[in-house]
Ligand binder design. Structure first.
Ligand SMILES: NC(=O)c1ccc[n+]([C@@H]2O[C@H](COP(=O)([O-])OP(=O)(O)OC[C@H]3O[C@@H](n4cnc5c(N)ncnc54)[C@H](OP(=O)(O)O)[C@@H]3O)[C@@H](O)[C@H]2O)c1
Length: 198
């Protein structure tokens, strides 16, 4: 299987990559790192990326940023950071990628626990994660040629200790469990699902 992993060099992505590349051709992608580069904030960059990479069987996205900060001082431009990156960046990987993906291929996007278990400073990421999950459920009923789509919603992960103070009482999830959820999405048969790894 030819699998594209956008965010392959990141905290989550490197674990997903390590598992999938044992038995599959994995193309590692970042904005600066990896085998190929794309900027998910730019529709033009995404179009050029797919032209370069051609047809593929699965795309995994373990990328996307948002604004982390207090609601009381949050501005439109702060909020749009998550909309433009984690939401529209991932959505655009699907909107454009659907024209390059092979029949019975799959898309796997990343949301996160904040869509249903909010924390202080997390309003932007909560909203964006919820939107990613809603998009996945809706896109699943329209994608053609047996193409599937799922989202992975991890809790705070054990390899991100810098986030722990912001997630009081949240048990960190192991990287193995997170990586397995992506494997289930890519190699399994389900679609329109949100796999929660809390
Ligand atoms: N860490 C956690 O505890 C946790 C928990 C739940 C959900 N999540 C979600 O999981 C996703 C990944 O998080 P992470 O902690 O693994 O992030 P990370 O360590 O910062 O890794 C981000 C990855 O995305 C790439 N990237 C960054 N900007 C990009 C762009 N504009 N276009 C294309 N690629 C880009 C980076 O490569 P370059 O440096 O080459 O750009 C890197 O490979 C995020 O959506 C995050 O919200 C994380």
């Amino acid at each position: 299987m030819k699998i594209i992993i956008v965010g392959a060099t990141g905290t989550l992505g490197k674990h997903v990559t390590a598992v999938l590349e044992k038995e599959h051709e994995v193309i590692k992608v970042g904005s600066k790192s990896g085998d190929l580069q794309v900027d998910i904030n730019s529709p033009e960059s995404i179009e050029g990326f797919y032209e370069q990479v051609g047809n593929f069987d699965a795309l995994v996205s373990t990328t996307g940023n948002g604004h982390f900060g207090p609601l009381t001082t949050m501005k439109y431009t702060d909020f749009m950071k998550g909309v433009n990156s984690k939401l529209m960046g991932q959505v655009n990987l699907v909107l454009t990628g659907q024209h390059y993906i092979n029949p019975k291929g799959s898309f796997t996007l990343t949301s996160g626990i904040l869509s249903e278990d909010p924390i202080v400073l997390g309003a932007n990421l909560s909203a964006v994660n919820g939107a990613v999950e809603a998009f996945v459920k809706a896109a699943a009923i329209e994608l053609e040629n047996g193409v599937r789509i799922n989202a992975i919603s991890p809790g705070v992960v054990e390899d991100s200790p810098g986030y722990f103070p912001f997630f009081p009482g949240h048990p960190p999830v192991t990287m193995d469990r997170v990586a397995l959820a992506y494997v289930k999405s890519v190699l399994g048969a389900q679609t329109g699902q949100v796999y929660k790894v809390y």
